[in-house]
Design a protein around this ligand. Structure first.
Ligand code: PRP
Ligand code: URA
Length: 209
């Protein structure tokens, strides 16, 4: 069943790479490469309806009017695992500026504990891509969105890889206007807040910890 404002990027190449990522025998080197590739591929879908503005260009033949993105872009990885998607997105949006939001889940309560925050000063006037491979309880994404909105950001999109229904519900319960882009909506969380079937602990798999 389609979920409102959840866009599952169901491209066969992305799905192939996601299946390789899920495989527990995929080591951190291959995991990083696959995540980077998926992040790049997702950019086309995530940015498809961004506004553009006309720009006159002089070709070698004549003047014409092209189109360019209307607003600058801010990319905000949720540390640590969001870093694994940042280079892939930046490859297609090299002008983007980077903010950072550092947060980890308390292993017992699963509540988010934030430890680092930094944004470009003009974030309010930009398109914001919040990136994190995993949306589980939604606590980390909610903390990041509260921070972004507090800084004035309005055009926020969440780009993840695997989303749990619980996390989608939590985020859209408070921020239904934020589109959630993902490669899969998985079945559920287990009693330790891990996504099933999921891919395990994304940060540990990216960084080999
Ligand atoms: C993971 C993941 C998300 C968060 C999702 O980070 O990268 O940020 O869990 O879970 P939630 O939706 O229940 O908040 P983790 O807390 O493991 O930190 P790390 O990326 O630094 O390893
Ligand atoms: N964070 C992860 O890295 N994996 C999960 O399954 C849930 C939260």
């Amino acid at each position: 069943m389609a979920l409102a404002n959840v866009i599952v990027v169901d491209h066969p190449v992305i799905q192939t790479k996601l299946s390789e990522l899920r495989d527990y025998t995929t080591d951190h080197r291959k995991f990083r490469a696959l995540l980077d590739e998926i992040a790049s591929l997702m950019v086309y879908e995530v940015t498809r309806d961004w506004p553009t503005t006309p720009r006159v260009v002089q070709t070698p033949m004549e003047r014409t009017t092209g189109r360019v993105l209307a607003r600058p872009v801010t990319l905000v990885p949720i540390l640590r695992a969001g870093l694994g998607m940042a280079d892939g997105v930046l490859r297609l949006l090299p002008e983007a500026r980077l903010g950072h939001f550092g947060v980890y889940r308390d292993e017992t309560t699963l509540s988010p504990v934030s430890y680092y925050k930094k944004l470009p000063p003009d974030v309010a006037a930009t398109e914001v891509l919040l990136i994190d491979p995993m949306l589980a309880t939604g606590g980390s994404a909610l903390a990041a969105v509260a921070f972004l909105k507090g800084a004035g950001a309005t055009a926020i999109r969440l780009v993840c890889l695997v989303a749990a229904p619980e996390g989608i519900q939590a985020l859209h319960g408070q921020h239904p206007e934020i589109p959630i882009y993902c490669a899969a909506v998985d079945r559920q969380l287990n009693d330790r807040g891990y996504i099933l079937p999921g891919l395990g602990d994304a940060g540990d798999r990216i960084f080999g910890t």
